[in-house]
Design a protein around this ligand. Structure first.
Ligand SMILES: Cc1cc2nc3c(=O)[nH]c(=O)nc-3n(C[C@H](O)[C@H](O)[C@H](O)COP(=O)(O)OP(=O)(O)OC[C@H]3O[C@@H](n4cnc5c(N)ncnc54)[C@H](O)[C@@H]3O)c2cc1C
Length: 427
């Protein structure tokens, strides 16, 4: 069993971008080489800025190369909660930005000819409890009436044509969500950023930031210092002690994925006949899809633990058990890959972007970063170009985690996790 992300293992080999000499200055320094950082670098370089991106490890080594490869629609907090908090007009604006984000990913794959299997496979939100299906009915009407978004309800009977499992009580199908191969996408976006003129420096962490009296920053890195007019923090759940302000605002949660052996086309099609992205409605839920070579990728939170090699294996065992509960026909199937990664959550479960004392940032995507990180990278490049209105998340603030002395280590997660697991069990 391989303990690396399937998506990185099956993407073309990434070039080594380490060991390059850092220039003395740049217009823009981007910290972090995931989708947020790469998209910011790409869009800022296209505007003519001299861009240097520093990445602690390799591009895509954070969540961007480790995720479920689902480019899905929909607000993290749901439309009802968004309306309650911000009113219909603002909820609609936020919803539209999440929808437009998928279009931006699609456009980029066309403009830059990124061959990453992007396709509008559709997202099947499956109801774990009968009452979840009832609330899906209300959501479907709300989306149609107030958000111009047509989704389709599937009863338990209808679901038979979409899923080889009778575990769920119905579903809501969103036809616009897309599947892609995120390893190929990250790779293609890094190449596009370089073609646009950005320089990517791997295995070079930013270690400190000093604001300069006349404006701009001095960025200290493992391999030298660089002056920059503008700096972007694109480190999300992998934010380290170099950026303490953000660590007080992020709750980083481990998420894990297993990928089976190739199942063959017929067997794979019997599981998810139309290739949908399946996401269940549990509090501690699962996300499931087929891979281009007919394996099943089965992800979930499994345990409230950080990701490391030993933890990933333990989580993989739990996921395998849960997978065969939902798909008993997979008992005995070999698991070829297991890995984990960290998901950056904010206290209010919305992503946040803006400028903190001159430092630009975008993070806290709460598990919806494939499309939003790309989209927000473009928005931040606009903001850096003097267009603050390009930020769809403006005015939301970025709340501190209201736990005394919190500094980025979420010791309280197992307690919350246990509560939600019990809630899920009460069917
Ligand atoms: C298991 C899993 C499944 C997921 N599934 C999905 C999904 O299906 N769909 C979806 O939309 N989202 C999903 N997500 C979330 C999504 O992957 C993230 O929201 C998104 O990738 C965040 O991108 P990013 O560029 O902001 O951060 P990252 O990709 O995490 O990149 C941050 C980078 O910053 C670097 N870094 C940190 N500190 C420094 C420093 N001091 N100097 C230099 N570099 C530094 C890190 O090495 C890292 O490469 C999932 C996440 C995980 C972990």
């Amino acid at each position: 069993m391989k303990q690396i992300p399937y998506w990185l293992d099956t993407a073309p080999a990434l070039p080594d971008r380490s060991g390059k000499e850092l220039p003395d200055e740049a217009d823009v320094v981007v910290i972090g080489g995931g989708l947020t950082g790469l998209s910011t670098a790409y869009h800022a370089a296209r505007k003519g800025a001299r861009v240097v991106l520093v990445e602690k490890d390799k591009v895509g080594s954070g969540a961007s190369g480790r995720n479920g490869s689902m480019c899905t629609q929909g607000l993290t907090i749901g439309v009802g909660e968004a309306r309650k908090r911000y009113g219909q007009e603002r909820a609609r604006e936020l919803y539209d930005s999440f929808r437009e984000a998928v279009d931006v990913v699609e456009e980029l794959t066309h403009t830059e000819k990124i061959d990453c299997d992007f396709n509008r496979a559709g997202r099947l939100g499956v109801a774990y409890k009968p009452q979840h299906f009832e609330s899906m009915k209300a959501t479907q009407r709300d989306l149609a009436d107030n958000f111009d978004h047509e989704t389709h309800l599937l009863t338990r009977g209808d679901l038979k044509s979409e899923l080889g499992s009778d575990y769920y009580h119905g579903a809501l199908l969103d036809p616009l969500s897309a599947a892609l191969h995120v390893g190929k996408y990250v790779h293609g976006l890094a190449e596009a950023a370089e073609r646009a003129g950005a320089a990517i420096h791997e295995r070079n962490a930013a270690t400190g930031l000093t604001r300069l009296p006349g404006g701009g920053f001095l960025v200290e890195t493992l391999h030298g210092t660089i002056r920059a007019q503008q700096v972007m923090a694109a480190t999300d759940a992998y934010t380290d002690k170099a950026l303490p302000w953000f660590r007080k605002r992020l709750i980083n949660v481990g998420s894990f994925i297993i990928v089976t052996e190739p199942l063959g086309e017929a067997r794979a099609k019997a599981l998810i006949p139309n290739g949908r992205l399946v996401v269940d409605s549990k509090n501690i839920g699962h996300y499931v899809r087929l891979t281009p070579d007919n394996r099943l990728a089965f992800g979930g939170r499994a345990r409230f633990a950080p990701s490391d090699p030993a933890s990933d294996v333990k989580s993989g065992d739990i996921l395998k058990r849960e997978m065969t509960e939902i798909f008993p026909q997979l008992a005995g199937v070999r698991v070829d890959y297991v890995w984990g990664g960290m998901v950056g959550f904010s206290w209010d479960r919305l992503p946040h972007a803006g400028e903190e004392n001159g430092l630009y940032y975008s993070m806290g995507y709460c598990g919806h970063g494939v499309q939003m990180a790309t989209y927000m990278g473009r928005a931040v490049a606009e903001m850096m170009d003097g267009k603050p209105e390009a930020n769809p998340l403006r005015g939301l603030g970025f709340p501190k985690v209201p736990v005394p002395f919190y500094n980025g280590t979420p010791w309280f997660l197992p307690f919350g996790g246990a509560y939600y697991k019990v809630k899920d069990r009460l069917r």
